[in-house]
Design a protein around this ligand. Structure first.
Ligand code: ADP
Ligand code: ZN
Length: 425
């Protein structure tokens, strides 16, 4: 589609979805009214800058169903992702939303060169996380065969991958690297596998990592990008040129803004990615701030696709980290520590990647009056904190209790997390 045709299509869709959001959601009506903008003010996609932003906190404040724009009887599926504190953020889909989502994933898979003679092993987690089921519906849409292993149980994954002759593997790049390592450790011969394509995303990864995965697994590794609020994986994917991730902009309209001034940046400049869902009816997102930092390239791609390309995700404009595929916010750890009278609210998270697995270490301090040389007491205290964090955040940290006063007290912005992993070369 030419840029002009795309502009016309996006304009037509924006007018409809804005009216839908305003007329059916008390949240959006209030937000638009406060901002002094009415649906009639939106005549083309260029008018999008008149609309107010939506942020993660809005989803949390309206937990669980306050952002839905249709009666719950029309919602066919719910998914959820970690919010910035204990409560997850919840999204709901009507049939059309699920259709568009699988369409988006199908476009990615087609761009990777997959078709109905392929067999895709989905090792993204199935469940509330959008990865598993999102990829699943896309694979079904292109007529390929799904092997729905979900994540974990690596031994069995590898066995089935070999026995069934999976031609593509969908999982996080770090899990793929772990599998590659297991193949080597178990002395399996990669030539007995039929893999040719890797469908990797849900966390940032580098070209160096791509090279390693391609060499170890004898595949071509492609990026898939997405986020729960906008639908899930497949908001964009790479083509054979691997020179940027194409965004399916007739469904999910991207903008880049300056995260401080909130104004659009010059074309091609870096900033925060913002999405408006142009054809999502259960829970439309209007100018949703992803917090992901990147840039857009509108030049026609060598593959022939005209859909805009996004550069690698360069970082985030908030403090969210993705550890073993799970979103973790330092504020979650803080609020958990505050639940315990024994702990100080000071902590330091350190994340690294060792043997292809993310480490998640947290140093915490016990208040002097609870600090004891009774090792058993401290072990029990540590165990309680570990379980609490595991249940709220979803992954288990390695907690280290340090002497009172050890963690640096900051006079300015506290440094509460150090990420030693390298994402951008
Ligand atoms: P998902 O299920 O797609 O991981 P989440 O809502 O849990 O969705 O997390 C979305 C976030 O994950 C994105 O905002 C982004 O920070 C990160 N992410 C997803 N895919 C990629 C990717 N391909 N490259 C870099 N970061 C990614
Ligand atoms: Zn392309």
């Amino acid at each position: 589609m030419s840029r002009d045709e795309m502009h016309a299509l996006q304009s037509e869709k924006l007018v409809k979805i804005v009216a839908h959001a305003y007329n059916n959601s008390p949240f959006y009506k209030k937000r638009f009214d406060e901002h002094g903008v009415r649906p009639e003010d939106i005549r083309s996609i260029d008018d999008i800058v008149k609309l107010p932003f939506t942020v993660k906190k809005d989803l949390r404040d309206n937990y669980p169903f306050g952002m839905m724009c249709v009666p719950m009887t029309q919602i066919l599926r719910l998914h959820a992702s970690s919010g910035t504190t204990g409560k997850p953020i919840v999204v709901g889909y009507v049939q059309k939303d699920l259709d568009n989502w699988s369409e988006a994933v199908a476009r990615c898979l087609t761009a990777y060169g997959l078709g109905n003679d392929d067999m895709v092993q989905i090792a993204y987690g199935y469940g509330l996380f959008t990865g598993g089921l999102g990829a699943h519906d896309g694979v079904t849409k292109i007529g390929a065969t799904v092997i729905p292993t979900s994540s974990g149980n690596t031994q069995k994954q590898l066995q089935l991958m070999q026995d069934f002759g999976a031609t593509a593997l969908a999982c996080t790049p770090s899990y793929a690297l772990y599998m590659a390592e297991e193949i080597r450790k178990q002395g399996l011969d990669i030539n007995n596998f039929k893999l040719k394509v890797g469908i990797f995303g849900a966390e940032p990864w580098t070209n160096a990592m791509r090279k390693e995965l391609e060499e170890k697994l004898h595949i071509k590794a492609f990026d898939i990008y997405g986020l729960t609020e906008i639908s899930g994986p497949g908001v964009g994917g790479e083509c054979e040129c691997q020179n940027g991730t194409h965004l399916w902009e007739d469904l999910y309209y991207p903008e880049i803004i300056d995260p401080v001034t909130l104004q659009p940046v010059e074309p091609g400049q870096k900033g925060e990615l913002v999405f408006t869902t142009l054809d999502k009816w259960g829970m439309p997102m209007i100018r949703y701030r992803t917090r992901d930092l990147t840039y857009l390239n509108y030049d026609k791609c060598d593959c022939g696709r005209t859909a805009v390309r996004m550069g690698k995700i360069l970082g985030r404009s908030d403090d969210m980290m993705i550890i073993r595929g799970v979103n973790v916010f330092p504020s979650q750890i803080e609020s958990i520590l505050l639940e315990f009278p024994e702990y100080e609210p000071y902590f330091l998270i350190e994340v690294d990647r060792i043997n292809n697995t993310d480490t998640f270490d947290i140093q915490v301090e016990v208040k002097p009056e609870f600090y004891t040389d009774q090792v058993n007491e401290l072990v029990r205290l540590r165990q309680r904190l570990t379980s609490r964090i595991q249940s709220v955040v979803g992954i288990q940290p390695a907690i280290k209790i340090v002497q009172p006063g050890t963690i640096e007290r900051s006079t300015g912005k506290a440094k509460r997390a150090i990420d030693h992993r390298k994402f951008v070369e």
